[in-house]
Design a protein around this ligand. Structure first.
Ligand code: CP
Length: 309
């Protein structure tokens, strides 16, 4: 999605396969470099980046902060609670004021789907907008981190069998992942979960739907567990955490149903004993902390793309 000067990064839907590949290649170069390239630093140095997290975050906010600081940009972690938002200032007025401080980039996390797009429509065109997760709409940088993780482990993606398990209905991560993985050539994408948090209409995204975890994960190479997002549920959609774990919790016994080379991923935060057993989360198959490490390099590549095209 290209503005007059800067590029916005709002949804993977605006990226084609070539663009995804190019960001992952840049991230790979960054990940393996001891000293970041002169041109990378020169292009990002002293740019003013605002981390605007209107919703809690551990991984995304912090890895963006580290990424921006690695690029020698100036990072402001906007403190929502101590801001004039608490006195009733509107989101648009907050953005107008921060824009007047000569911002180069806004990184936005918001509980409202569409918030990043809304801000992109109001912010001046020379400010790049990065969506760090909006409601249940999209989490494009997480999807690229996850695509990077999968491509680090597997070279031939066409033959891969990949399962996403859990609260797909409320998951911005799942929506962005499905779009990204399909563009990367993964054909066998399975969504697994009960009807209440995985409606059949998700089939329209060209994936298969499974109600049984044991059937769904047969021979898969990648399992991505998702958190049950109680904060986005308007009513009780699951009987109990205990029953959910019995039916959909990823245990070591269930890992045996998968392919021998299976990797386990989770965007975090994880709920041990709900969607994933501790033994699996901490096993050698788990890429959960690698995803976090890769997040810095991938977000450095994304910030550079947004600031410099
Ligand atoms: N994956 C993810 O978005 O985690 P945080 O909420 O901690 O940023």
């Amino acid at each position: 999605m290209i503005n007059n000067k800067n590029i916005n990064f709002i949804s993977t839907e605006f990226l084609n396969k070539r663009e995804i590949k190019s960001i992952l290649e840049s991230a790979n170069e960054i990940f393996h470099s001891k000293n970041y390239s002169h041109s990378l630093i020169k292009n990002c140095k002293d740019k003013l980046i605002f981390n605007l997290f209107f919703e809690p975050s551990t991984r995304t906010r912090t890895t963006f902060e580290i990424a921006a600081s690695n690029l020698k940009a100036k990072v402001v972690n906007f403190n929502i609670e101590n801001s004039s938002q608490s006195k009733g200032e509107s989101l648009i007025d907050t953005i107008a004021n921060l824009s007047a401080m000569r911002a180069d980039c806004f990184i936005i996390r918001h509980k409202m789907s569409g918030a990043a797009n809304l801000i992109a429509n109001y912010a001046p065109n020379n400010i790049g907008i990065i969506n760090a997760g909006d409601g249940s709409h999209a989490h494009p940088t997480q999807a690229l981190v996850d695509a990077f993780t999968v491509s680090k482990k597997f070279k031939n993606l066409n033959k891969l069998k990949l399962a996403i398990v859990g609260d797909i209905l409320h998951s911005r991560v799942a929506r962005s992942q499905i779009d990204t993985f399909k563009k990367m050539g993964i054909r066998d994408i399975r969504l697994i979960g009960p009807e209440t948090i995985l409606p059949t209409e998700f089939e329209k995204f060209g994936v298969s739907i499974h109600r049984s975890l044991d059937n769904g994960i047969k021979d898969v190479n990648v399992i991505i567990c998702l958190r049950i997002q109680n904060e986005r549920m308007s009513s009780m959609l699951l009987p109990s955490k205990k029953e959910y774990f019995a039916l959909y919790g990823l245990t070591q016994n269930r890992i045996k149903i998968c392919s021998n080379d299976v990797i386990v991923m989770h965007p975090g935060p994880i709920n041990r004993g709900v969607e994933i057993d501790t033994a699996v989360a901490d096993s050698t198959s788990s890429m959960i902390l690698s995803q976090v490490s890769f997040g810095v390099a991938v977000r450095m590549a994304i910030i550079n793309k947004v600031l410099n095209g």
